[in-house]
Design a protein around this ligand. Structure first.
Ligand code: TPP
Ligand code: MG
Length: 410
């Protein structure tokens, strides 16, 4: 028998691929496989041929704002963890370690943009003016979502991994079509133009393995949808390390779909802000999607139901604690005389105030009438829902008579 001829797995490139690659590189100015970092762990600001320009636009007030936001959300995270331990919340999903990835990207978005989070984006929620007390209602199990997305263009949390990615791409394609329709109708000439909008969708390193992400990227690329895929690679999907999800940097996957992919230091708020600003603008201007991989670390447990000491070394955690996003910005602000002790004392006092507000609103929250869950299932009355509600009421009435019987026995 002669040699078996298998099709070559070596990619030899075609004109179309070369063109896509050239487009992606032209958009960025240069090919990128390395990680974008501006503010290093030692608190010194470096340079980047593309993104320094974005960093230069940030004045001292903006940078102090980034620090204040990151400190507020870390404090909120600690408070929510304590509330869960007290039995006030059913579960909590901590974000500590990921403050720069979330505040940097959230602050780069504009009000007209629409954001699809997963379940850990409390920092992004803060930047979108979501009431953090409202956010906790979902984790207490007393609301159908927690906030009205129409008020903030910040969608409800999604617990089914990656389910929000096709939603985001669909939404982005909707924006694209609305815009085309407005242009075709000549509205753009007669009315002040609406600011162009983009969509940003968050997902994790683990979720990147879901088929939904693949399908979303294919659609987004094919239709040049105005969407930024923001992947927080926090190195773990519960107990599964990123190495099991991918053999290449996640940002490199974008190349296979034909759009730019950038890996950014996710603990560097200045770089994350710069890269996200660039990506959202790229999308708003009709140039199609971008994938950002924010290289960061989940310092705490996956949720309050998890114990990371079972699957990872404390030395790994220590390594990442040394890259803390707040500490490096504090060092920079102090070294540049942009902030002093009084600023940091004020941030700490604001944190106490936020924590008190969170505690009070949680303790004071009322259990809603369960019938609202049935009422909100469909816009109009539905016989099946009515039947289920009747069953439920009969069922709960059974407990009332048991209580009465017990009460009479005493
Ligand atoms: C479709 C689906 N499969 C499994 C789960 C269970 N699950 C919840 S979180 C999680 C890990 C997700 O990791 P990653 O995407 O990296 O996000 P992270 O929690 O690290 O922010 C898993 C497997 C789920 N919620 N949805
Ligand atoms: Mg993860």
């Amino acid at each position: 028998m002669g040699a078996t001829h298998l099709p070559s797995t070596e990619f030899d490139g075609t004109e179309v691929d070369d063109q896509l690659e050239a487009e992606a590189e032209a958009a960025l100015g240069e090919p990128r496989t390395e990680m974008v970092q501006l503010l290093g762990p030692d608190g010194t600001l470096g340079t980047d041929s593309v993104f320094s320009e974005y960093a230069e636009r940030l004045d001292a007030e903006k940078l102090r704002g980034f620090y204040a936001d990151m400190a507020a959300i870390r404090r909120f995270d600690q408070e929510a963890t304590a509330l869960q331990r007290q039995g006030q919340l059913a579960l909590w999903v901590p974000l500590t370690g990921q403050e720069a990835a979330q505040i940097g990207s959230g602050r780069a978005s504009q009000p007209q943009d629409y954001i699809f989070p997963t379940y850990r984006e409390h920092g992004v929620a803060l930047t979108r003016n979501v009431d953090l007390a409202e956010l906790l209602r979902q984790f207490r199990g007393i609301s159908n979502g927690g906030w009205n997305p129409k008020d903030t263009n910040f969608h409800l949390y999604t617990l089914v991994l990656a389910a929000q990615t096709p939603h985001a791409v669909g939404y982005a394609m909707g924006i694209q079509r609305d815009q085309r329709l407005a242009e075709a109708n000549g509205l753009a000439d007669s009315q002040p133009a609406e600011p162009k909008a983009a969509v940003m969708v968050y997902f994790g390193d683990g979720a990147s393995s879901e088929g939904d992400v693949h399908e979303s990227m294919v659609f987004a690329s094919s239709y040049k949808a105005p969407v930024v895929f923001f992947c927080q690679n926090n190195h773990w999907a519960i107990s599964v390390p990123t190495a099991v999800q991918t053999r290449i940097p996640l940002s490199n996957r974008a190349k296979g779909y034909g759009f730019p992919g950038i890996r950014v230091d996710g603990n560097d708020v200045i770089a994350v802000h710069a890269v996200t600003e660039w990506a959202l603008e790229h999308a708003r201007q009709g140039n199609g999607p971008v994938l950002i991989e924010a290289f960061t670390y989940r310092v705490g447990a996956h949720t309050t139901a998890d114990d990371p000491t079972k699957y990872r070394e404390s030395s790994e955690e220590a390594l990442w604690r040394a890259k803390d996003p707040l500490e490096r910005l504090e060092k920079y602000l102090r070294s540049e005389d942009m902030a002093d002790d009084s600023f940091f004392a004020k941030v700490a006092a604001d944190g106490d105030e936020l924590a008190a507000y969170i505690r009070k609103s949680t303790y004071d929250s009322e259990t809603p009438d369960i019938r609202t869950a049935f009422a909100n299932t469909y816009v109009e009355a539905h016989p099946l829902v009515a039947e289920e509600l009747a069953w439920f009421e009969e069922y709960t009435a059974g407990f009332a008579s048991e209580d009465a019987a017990e009460g009479a026995g005493h």
